[in-house]
Write a protein that binds this ligand. Structure first.
Ligand code: AMP
Length: 472
């Protein structure tokens, strides 16, 4: 199971109220709700005791005034979890608390390890007992093992040396909140200052929500310790290249976040402009698939000088269709979610813009419904290149067989979607729009070239050097 989640950690020197840290994390998690709708959890530490509240559902379904009032303490971590499969259980919810001889630690993880099976086998052969199948438990075991031998920073460094894959972590150990980002920086993680202290979070929108000040991204390979006063940084690993996930920019992150120094809104708008350069088409209106296609469509409309007019309205209360298990459910969910605006559609030539096509369910259904309402032509323009390969590093998209573009060329996909034409942004166009060079991005889902060795997969390894371990 892949973990595509949101994490937060807060440390306050001067809390306004006894549960100020918990309330701050509640709002921060609310801001990160798009990163996970399956479960939410907060752990607060006070006088060496940890209190946890976690539950299934959305952040406001799990927390209320009453239970947040119980979470007294000045520092803690939180998590929202995303699921795409039916097997969602509270046991998989995070943060995860582990007891060991030296005390207790709590971990919140966003990412996916590619060597967790081997690590787990090794730990089991040494007598380790696991309660779940999650990567996070493997991380916890490794960390505890190292904590018995070393100080916190060294223990985390030694743990990191063994992990292959993506991980942005918020960890609670003793009197500290610790943020850790994997040496390639797959998943986002940033630092902000807020009233009374500091916050680390998956995306900058969490900091904005608390009226905090964004300070910077946590660097790939960095351990950042919040323990009172200014955060302490240990850059324990340095790699020649990063591997920031392109899909965060295409779909996953919120449009108003800044990731790795790039504003997601600007990236999506530029992709829309690039789509005009690469696949211009003579139409009457530009329409987005809401909400995921909106910023791309704005870029397309401005650049092409064609009117931006909505041809579909989204039901605000439908959750993301992708999270529903089973194909039949998914098709109902698309109908539930989007409905055409007849008067805008009838007799119109439309360029319809979305961020991505994964299985093809959404696009096919929408093209069909626009045609049924009298659209003369529907031209699809997509803000990502074709997704042909699975993601092993934390975006749960689909298996190779389910990916509509995995064994078809672009025209074949367009035909299946029933559109009059189809155009995907090129890989070069995407990279230019993001503004980070391709050697510093992970584009495994688009190219089949992964930046780390994936067991059992044929893939071309990008050369990476983990240059030594310095301070800490
Ligand atoms: P599909 O209908 O399977 O082609 O999915 C594509 C639609 O789902 C697009 O409109 C995207 O906005 C959205 N989407 C793409 N990737 C994901 C993902 N990993 N999780 C949830 N939704 C996604």
């Amino acid at each position: 199971m892949q973990e595509k989640c949101g994490v937060v950690g807060v440390f306050l020197d001067e809390p306004k109220e006894e549960n100020h840290a918990a309330i701050s994390m509640y709002y921060a998690l609310f801001a990160l709700q798009h990163r996970g709708q399956e479960s939410a959890g907060i752990v607060i530490s006070k006088d060496k005791n940890m209190r946890i509240i976690k539950g299934m559902g959305l952040v406001p379904e799990v927390f209320n005034e009453h239970n947040l009032g119980d979470l007294k303490g000045t520092f803690g971590i939180g998590h929202v979890r995303y699921s795409t499969t039916g097997g969602s259980k509270l046991e998989n919810g995070q943060p995860l608390i582990v007891e060991y001889r030296g005390g207790r630690i709590a971990i919140a993880h966003n990412g996916n390890l590619v060597n967790s099976k081997e690590l787990r086998k090794k730990l089991e052969s040494e007598g380790g007992i696991f309660l779940s199948t999650s990567d996070t438990e493997v991380i916890a075991h490794l960390l505890v093992k190292e904590l018995m031998k070393s100080d916190i920073t060294n223990a985390i460094r030694k743990m990191m040396r063994q992990l292959v894959g993506s991980y942005s972590l918020a960890i609670l150990i003793d009197d500290t909140v610790i943020a850790v980002r994997d040496p390639l920086g797959f998943k986002p993680l940033c630092l902000g200052e807020m009233e009374g202290g500091y916050i680390v979070a998956s995306e900058s929108v969490a900091i904005d929500t608390l009226d905090g000040k964004f300070i910077r991204d946590i660097k790939p390979g960095e351990i950042l310790i919040l323990g009172g006063g200014r955060p302490v940084s240990h850059q324990v690993y340095k790699s020649q290249h990063t591997a920031h996930c392109v899909f965060e920019y295409i779909y996953f992150a919120r449009t108003d976040s800044v990731l790795n120094g790039k504003m997601v809104y600007d990236v999506r708008r530029r992709i829309g402009e690039t789509l005009v350069n690469e696949h211009a088409v003579d139409v009457d209106i530009v329409s987005p698939v809401p909400d995921s296609g909106v910023t791309f469509a704005i870029g397309y409309a401005i650049k092409s000088k064609i009117d931006y007019i909505e041809s579909l309205i989204k039901n605000r209360y439908s959750s993301r269709t992708f999270i529903l298990p089973g194909q039949e459910m998914r098709e109902i969910a698309v109908r539930l979610k989007l409905n055409p605006v007849c008067s805008n559609v009838k007799d119109k030539k439309i360029v319809l813009i979305d961020d991505s096509i994964v299985r093809g369910t959404t696009a096919k259904r929408i093209v069909n419904s626009l045609k049924l309402k009298g659209a003369k032509e529907v031209h699809l323009r997509i803000g990502s290149p074709p997704i042909r390969y699975p993601c092993y590093l934390g975006i749960d998209m689909a298996t190779r067989g389910e990916l509509i573009a995995s064994n078809r060329d672009v025209e074949g996909v367009g035909k299946l979607m029933g559109s009059d034409s189809i155009g995907y942004v090129s890989t070069d166009g995407l990279v230019e729009s993001i503004g980070i060079s391709s050697e510093n991005l992970c584009m495994g889902c688009l190219t089949g070239i992964y930046p780390v060795q994936i067991p059992g997969e044929k893939c071309v390894i990008r050369q990476l050097t983990l240059a030594g371990v310095a301070r800490g």
